[in-house]
Design a binder for this molecule. Structure first.
Ligand code: PRE
Length: 263
C-alpha cells in the first residue's frame, strides 16, 4: 500500500515476486475449496440426496454475491470465468458430470464458458440425441437456438427435463444463443426468466400482448415447427393461472434461468 508518487515504481522482479506470493495463496485456497467437494457430496448423501449434484440456483447466488462485492480491478468476466471453473470442477468431483452439445461452434464455446474444462464433452449431430443425453445420470446438455429446430418444444412432453441456464450469462458476451438442459429442479434466485412454450397460431406479438394484458411480461425467443418459445420476466410455477389461460392448446413452462448478470 501507499507508495509515494515520487518513489520509483517496483522493478519487474519485485512485481513478479508479489505475483508468485499471491499465486501460492490462491493455490492453497483453490486446493482447499476443491477438497470440500468431497464433504459436499457426503453431506448430500447423508441428507438422502443421491441424485444429480448440480444446484444452478446456488451457483447463481454465489456469482451474484461475488459480483456485488467491492473490488478494484477484477472484472465481472474474470470472476465469472474463475468461479464457473471452480463450481463445475467441484461438481465433476461429486459424480460423473458430463456435457453433451448440439449446435454450432458458438454453442460449443458457450458450453465451455458455462461449465468449464472439467466435464467431458460430446458433440452430437441431432437435437434429440442431446435431449436423450440430458436424461442420463449427471448429464447436462447444451442446445443452440438453431433456426428450424423446436427442440425446446419437446420439453413439454418431458416434465423432468428443465432448461436451467441461458447462455451466455453476460449480455456483453453476446445475445442468449443456447440453453442448458438437465434433470434438475429449477428454483427462484431473485432475478429470473421463465421459459414458456405455446402452440398458439397467433403472432408472437399477439401472444406477448395477451400475456401482457394478464400482467405477464414476455419476450419472444424462438419460433419453429408451429411452436413459439417465450422468456417471461420473473419466476413462474408450472401451474400459474395466468399461464393456463394464455393463448394456445398445448403450452407450458419448460424451465427457468437466472437473467444475465449484467442487466
Ligand atoms: O453447494 C453445492 O451443492 C455444491 O455442490 C457446491 C457447488 C460449489 O462449488 O460451490 C458446486 C456445484 C453446485 O452446482 C453448486 C455449488
Amino acid at each position: 500500500m501507499g507508495r509515494d508518487a515520487d518513489e520509483t515504481p517496483p522493478s519487474l522482479d519485485e512485481v513478479r515476486w508479489r505475483i508468485d506470493a499471491i499465486d501460492s495463496q490462491l493455490l492453497a485456497l483453490i486446493d482447499e475449496r476443491a477438497g470440500l467437494s468431497r464433504a459436499v457430496a457426503t453431506a448430500k448423501r447423508a441428507a438422502g440426496d443421491t441424485g444429480f449434484g448440480l444446484r444452478p440456483g446456488r451457483e447463481a447466488l454465489i456469482v451474484r454475491k461475488l459480483l456485488a462485492s467491492p473490488r478494484n480491478d477484477a472484472s465481472d468476466a474474470l470472476l465469472i470465468r474463475i468461479w464457473r471453473e471452480l463450481m463445475a470442477d467441484s461438481l465433476s468431483r461429486q459424480g460423473p458430470f458430463h456435457l453433451t452439445v448440439w449446435g454450432d461452434g458458438r454453442t460449443v464455446e458457450l458450453a465451455r464458458l458455462r461449465f468449464g474444462a472439467a466435464p467431458p464433452m460430446a458433440v452430437v449431430a441431432a437435437d434429440k440425441d442431446a435431449l436423450a443425453a440430458a436424461k442420463t445420470p449427471w448429464g447436462v446438455s447444451v442446445l443452440g437456438l438453431q433456426p428450424g429446430s423446436a427442440w425446446w418444444g419437446r420439453l413439454l412432453a418431458e416434465p423432468t427435463l428443465n432448461i436451467f441456464a441461458a447462455l451466455p450469462c453476460l449480455t456483453r458476451w453476446g445475445p442468449q444463443a443456447a440453453f442448458a438442459v438437465a434433470q434438475v429442479e429449477v428454483e427462484p434466485t431473485g432475478g429470473d426468466q421463465t421459459f414458456w412454450v405455446t402452440d398458439s397460431p397467433k403472432s408472437a406479438a399477439a401472444v406477448v400482448e395477451a400475456l401482457g394484458a394478464d400482467g405477464v411480461a414476455a419476450e419472444p425467443v424462438a419460433e419453429a415447427g408451429g411452436l413459439k418459445l417465450f422468456s417471461l420476466s420473473g419466476f413462474y410455477q408450472r401451474d400459474d393461472e395466468r399461464l393456463t389461460r394464455a393463448p394456445g392448446q398445448l403450452s407450458g413452462v419448460v424451465g427457468a434461468a437466472p437473467v444475465p448478470f449484467d442487466v
